[in-house]
Design a protein around this ligand. Structure first.
Ligand code: ADP
Ligand code: ASP
Ligand code: MG
Length: 447
């Protein structure tokens, strides 16, 4: 059975018209048998704001109204003959309001995940009905039946072995005669509590399902016609890349290309499944295919940006030698699931920038790690920085690379540079106010 998993992002399901684009696109290829949906765009942000608890009563009412309006606008376009979808939606909206008014919500990650899950569950309810009303034998499937995770709410780690077994038992049989619509981003602990995989995690769900069901392709349908040479919202001359290697795509995702969640490439690489990225609105424009080996491996492939970076400078305590101190620092970071992106050391201090693995919440992990480090030494934090990365191939082996890049960066003041540790990237830390102009300069100079 040939099988393609198709994931639709938030903008692809944001209203009735965009849902119709998804339906038409899926119907064009019989192999598309599993649809993974994100929440309609805007809804997860709204639910996060409700969960944080920092809103006034009036602001909360406005958010409820916004969510209800967006969903009712879709519902009103459906035939929904016996009113079942309307009934289910009202029940869900009432439950969501009740949960969002829970006074413990802002201190309870478990309840926050439960609240966030409404976004994807609203989408799967309405999108399934769109398919059914077009005559497709579609069925909604609760991904939490098969995607078990640990208890790390907010960035849970999936149990891939269990998913492999459960997907074959509970999901695969349905694919013989049905189109399955399921939720991205969500999981469930062994004890039945809803979890989420981290913001943007629906891409990861699609990749995990592709691996579990041995799909021939994993499609990520979004609002751009593929992965571009840089974010097309920053550089209008950015161009789509027809082909990318898993390594290049993983570097891009890891260093901030939002079009793919950083964890997406791991399962598809393990299973050797190509990933396609394309535009739901303009599928005819083609897109990017991500495979193991590309025909061309250019030195410079793309430029990415990761925003809101913090530079942490730690003063070496007088009684410790630098290398002893580095050991201690790394063990604290490891304890909190943090890794280091950039690092420089001197006799008296270490400067570094932090990154969280896919399964770690950067903000809370950094807070914990920095408070523990401040018991060992003086800690200074500089904010307002961006990390720009040039992604490519064999960058460390090419003599002309540094001179070309540094010539382009002549009048930019760089706070830190990372080069040589990996053949696929060169990264710079710089003031956020310089980052857009620097990306434009690098893009026109390198491409
Ligand atoms: P979705 O909701 O479909 O998951 P996202 O907003 O998560 O969509 O990702 C798509 C966005 O990623 C694009 O609108 C674009 O602004 C951004 N983006 C950042 N870097 C790139 C890049 N190199 N190529 C394409 N898009 C990029
Ligand atoms: N809806 C979730 C988010 O906005 C997951 C996703 O879109 O992939 O982060
Ligand atoms: Mg996304």
């Amino acid at each position: 059975m040939s099988l393609v998993i198709s994931k639709f992002g938030g903008t692809s399901v944001k209203n009735f018209k965009s849902m119709q684009n998804c339906v038409n696109l899926v119907m064009r290829n019989q192999a598309r048998k599993v649809v993974v949906t994100s929440a309609p765009s805007g809804i997860t942000n709204n639910l996060v704001a409700l969960g944080d608890g920092g809103l006034t009563h009036q602001q909360r009412i406005e958010i409820f109204q916004q969510i209800e309006q967006q969903l009712h606008d879709i519902l009103n376009m459906l035939v929904d003959t016996n009113g079942l979808i309307s009934d289910r939606l009202s029940i869900m909206l009432n439950d969501m309001r009740e949960l969002a008014s829970d006074p413990e919500l802002n201190i309870c990650p478990e309840k926050q995940d439960w609240l966030l899950s409404y976004g994807e569950r609203f989408a799967s309810l309405l999108l399934t009905q769109c398919f059914i009303e077009k005559g497709v034998n579609a069925v909604e499937f609760d991904i939490r039946e098969i995607l078990l995770t640990d208890e790390n709410h907010g960035s849970a780690t999936p149990n891939t072995a269990a998913l492999g077994l459960l997907a074959k038992d509970l999901l695969k049989p349905k694919l013989e005669n049905k189109l399955v619509i399921t939720q991205g981003f969500l999981g469930k602990t062994e004890s039945g509590k809803t979890t989420t995989l981290g913001r943007g995690g629906s891409d990861y769900t699609a990749a995990l399902l592709s691996e579990a069901l041995d799909a021939e392709k994993c499609e990520i349908w979004t609002d751009v016609a593929g992965v571009y040479s840089t974010d097309p919202r920053i550089v209008s001359e950015a161009f789509p890349l027809p082909e990318l290697s898993y390594d290049e795509a993983a570097e891009m995702a890891n260093f901030g290309a939002k079009v793919l969640h950083p964890a997406t490439l791991a399962p598809t690489l393990r299973a050797g499944i190509p990933v396609f990225v394309g535009s739901t609105k303009e599928p005819e424009k083609g897109g990017t295919t991500i495979v193991q080996d590309c025909e061309q491996e250019p030195h410079y492939r793309a430029i990415t940006r990761r925003r809101e970076q913090k530079l942490v400078t730690l003063q070496t305590p007088k009684l410790l030698r630098t290398n002893q101190f580095i050991g201690k620092v790394f063990s604290v970071l490891d304890k909190f699931g943090l890794s280091v992106d950039l690092i420089t050391t001197s006799e008296t201090s270490i400067s570094l920038t932090l990154n969280a693995g896919d399964q770690t919440n950067l903000a809370s992990a950094s807070k914990g790690a920095l408070s523990e480090l401040s018991q060992m030494c003086d800690v200074e934090i500089t904010s307002g920085l961006d990390l720009i990365t040039i992604v490519g191939n064999k960058l460390h082996q090419n003599n002309g690379v540094t001179s070309k890049i540094f010539a382009l960066l002549e009048d930019v003041s760089l706070r830190m540079i990372s080069y040589g540790a990996n053949p696929h990237n060169i990264s710079f830390l710089l003031d956020a106010s310089d980052s857009e102009s620097t990306i434009k300069k690098l893009h026109s100079g390198l491409f």
